[in-house]
Every structure is written in C-alpha cells, then in structure tokens.
Design a protein around this ligand. Structure first.
Ligand code: F6P
Length: 411
C-alpha cells in the first residue's frame, strides 16, 4: 500500500454531467490505497470556510458510504448516475482580491493536503493554477465542460451527455416542425466554441448549423445562404427545417449569446420577403413560413451522464489518483486518440491565457476538420469555406481586424 496521503477534490465553474462520476472514482480508488479524501465544498470557497472555522476538516471527509440513499441503494456508486456536483461548484470567485486568496491558501494549509484534484473548465483551472503556484500546492486538473473547449484534450467530461441532450431535443423538435411545416431554430450553448452545436446538429439531423468558427457574425451573406438552403428544401418538398445556432455566433457588435436565435429568425423572414418582392418566387413561400426559436439553455448542463461520460470521468479520476501516487504534479488529465494521458498544466494554462487575452477560443472547431467536412458532405449549410477562423481574425490588440459586416436591414 502507498504511503497514506490526504488529498482534496473540488469542482469549479459551470456544472455538467459526469462531475459526480469523477468524485466517485477518486474516492473509491484513493480509499483502496488507504488515502483520505476531502471534498471541498463550492470550489475554492470551501477553503475559506475552513480558514474561517465555519467548517471542520473532518466534516469534509468523503467515504465509501458517504452517499448512501435510505433503503437499499448504498455506497458511492449512485453518484455516477447523478448530474450536477454533490460538492457544489463556484462560477465566479473573488480570488483576485489578495485577502480572499490569502484565506483560500490558509484553508488549504489547515487541511494539510498532499495534493488537490480540481475538476474545472479552462477559466477555473486558470484561477486554481495561479493559487496553486502561490501556495505551492500539488495540483492535478481534470477537464470538464459541455463546451469541450479545453485545449489538449479531445474530450472534456460532460460534453458527450450534452451532445445527447441537444440531439434528443432536435429529434423532438422534428415532429412538431414537420406537423406545422415550420422552421425550428434551436439555440445551443457552447460559449465561444461550436463543438456542441456541430456534433448535436449532425446527430440530430439539422439542415443548417451556425457556429462561431465559421459564422463569427451573422451578416447579409449568412442569411442569404441560409434562406437559399431553406428555400431549396421546400422545393424538394421538405416543408420543415431544423436550424442549429451556437450561442457564440454574434449579431453584429452585440455580445454573443443574446437572442441570436431570434435574430436569425427575424432576418430569415425579412430576407425572404425582400427576395420575393424582387421576383424570386422560390422565396415567396418562405416569406410566410412560421419560424420558432427554442433556447435550450441550462437543460444542456443536466441529464443522466452518458455511458461515455461515466467512463471518461471514471478513467480521468483514476488517472488523477495515479499521478498523485507517482508524485507527478501540475498536470491536466487529457483524452487523446482514445487514451487517457496527462499534459503539463503550465503549457495548457499558458495557451488559455494567451487566447483569453486575444478574445479567442483556446480550442475551437477546426473549420477544415472531419466534423465540418461531414456536415458539408451531408449538404448541411454550415457557413462559408472562405471564412477565416477567429484565430486569424483578431489583431494583436484583441479587436477584430476585419471590418464588421453590414447587417441585414431591419425592415
Ligand atoms: O461553460 C458552460 C456554459 O454552460 C456555457 O455553455 C454557457 O455559455 C455558460 O456556461 C452559461 O453560464 P451560466 O450558468 O453562468 O449562465
């Protein structure tokens, strides 16, 4: 048996399915080594609670039977079926304030931990990495996010389930769309990445998918191509359509994620009516088509974790424990080419910081990659090939180097 260790685990940033499956795997695996595991509540805020004496270290111990449900469902295993985080999570913290950071560091010290496993997205891992540097913590990161935008890992915990959730929603929307011959627009999360919209759009049978990597801003050209796609479907006697729009796609200069679905709906109608009046009969039917927008919102962060997410979460948790056993710290557990591996946090956080400074996504969809190619091969409208990626669009000062495209007329 390894020398007994005391390790901490916390979840930080937006929740997603699979967090509890990581916690379960870590507690099971570490307990079998005879280690003590402490569950830090509400991300790094839990350390403040300890520093202030509001919680005692022993209250945070996680045991094999810590999550028994009254009756016959006993043991940690129930955790892998539950979404959310049993530890609670922290979306925004004040760690930049020196007094807050000092309390977090003090709480960590009082717990006398040998290492900390932090399950987070790029933003929260960046914050925790800074704290770890200040406090000399032995840190292991585990990537989680429905956005799947953590660099150096092909998959983050939670993404697969979110793809299933959005795919199921598109399936459900298909029948009501068909019954009323409507255009259904589904607005999908993903922050400034289009992975979720792209994967679910393909799996859910979308006719058009707008993602920030290929359609950073909805302009006149986007609407024209989208309407051409929708009109051609109607000519082929497909009287309904599904359009997936990622929240990261912008409407002109306004912030991403603010009613982009409604914006697209409004301009489909305006453009079709303009074309119809210009003697383009194929758009006249479109002009009267009912368009409805569904914003899937936080439902995308819930749902029973898929089997893949449970397997990923479990193998990530076990890899984190193995790294601690081998005293290989400051690493992010990653999934690459079908295998669990780890990469230095320093490299990953360096890239994340640079991308955030330049207002670009640290791990965007590859506009020339296989998934985009798949969508195009299916005839899905997914933006225009000549559009450059946001990576090449931003100048050094982080402002868009390309002139803002003209918006479709509001009339
Ligand atoms: O990063 C995960 C995510 O769900 C994004 O897809 C979304 O933009 C954001 O979090 C929503 O954050 P909040 O829960 O704070 O509204």
């Amino acid at each position: 048996m390894d020398r007994q260790k005391r390790i901490g685990i916390l979840t930080s940033g937006g929740d997603c399915p699979g967090l509890n499956a990581v916690i379960r795997a870590v507690v099971k695996c570490a307990s079998r080594k005879g280690w003590e595991v402490y569950g830090i509540p509400y991300g790094t805020d839990g350390f403040i609670e300890i520093a202030q004496g509001n919680r005692q270290p022993q209250e945070l111990r996680l045991y094999e039977h810590g999550y028994d449900i009254p009756g016959v469902l006993q043991g940690l295993d129930v955790l892998q079926f539950l979404s959310g985080s049993v530890l609670g999570s922290l979306s925004k913290g004040d760690t930049e304030k020196p007094e807050v950071a000092a309390q977090i560091l003090e709480g960590y010290q009082r717990l006398n931990l040998d290492a900390l496993i932090a399950i987070g997205g790029d933003g929260s891992l960046d914050i925790i990495y800074s704290l770890a540097k200040k406090g000399g913590w032995n840190l292991i990161g585990i990537p989680k996010t429905i956005d799947n935008d953590v660099p150096f890992t092909e998959r983050a915990v939670g993404f697969d389930t979110a793809v299933d959730t959005v795919t199921a929603a598109l399936y459900d929307l298909t029948f009501t769309a068909a019954s009323h011959e409507r255009v259904m627009i589904a607005e999908v999360m993903g922050r400034d990445a289009g992975h979720l919209a792209l994967h679910a759009g393909i799996a859910g049978g979308a006719d058009a998918i707008l993602i920030p990597e290929l359609t950073p801003v909805v302009n006149e050209e986007t609407i024209a191509h989208l309407c051409e796609k929708l009109a051609s479907l109607r000519e082929e006697k497909r009287k309904f359509a599904l359009v997936v729009v990622a929240e990261g796609v912008k409407e002109g200069s306004t912030e991403a994620g603010k009613n982009i679905g409604n914006f697209v709906a409004k301009h489909i109608k305006a453009y079709s009516s303009r074309m119809c009046s210009l003697d383009r009969p194929e758009f006249c039917e479109m002009e009267n088509v009912d368009t409805r927008v569904t914003v899937l919102g936080h439902l995308q962060r819930s749902g029973t974790p898929s089997s893949f997410d449970r397997l990923l979460a479990t193998s990530f948790g076990i890899k984190a424990v193995d790294l601690i056993a081998a005293q290989q710290y400051d690493r992010l557990v990653v999934w690459q080419s079908g295998k669990v591996d780890s990469k230095p946090l320093e490299t990953i956080i360096g890239l994340v910081r640079q991308c955030h400074e330049e207002h670009r996504c640290p791990s965007p969809v590859d506009p020339y990659g296989f998934m985009v190619g798949t969508a195009r091969s299916l005839g899905i409208y997914i933006g225009d090939p000549q559009v450059s990626t946001p990576q090449t669009e931003y100048s050094e000062n982080g402002k868009s180097a390309t002139p803002e495209p003209e918006l479709v007329s509001q009339n």
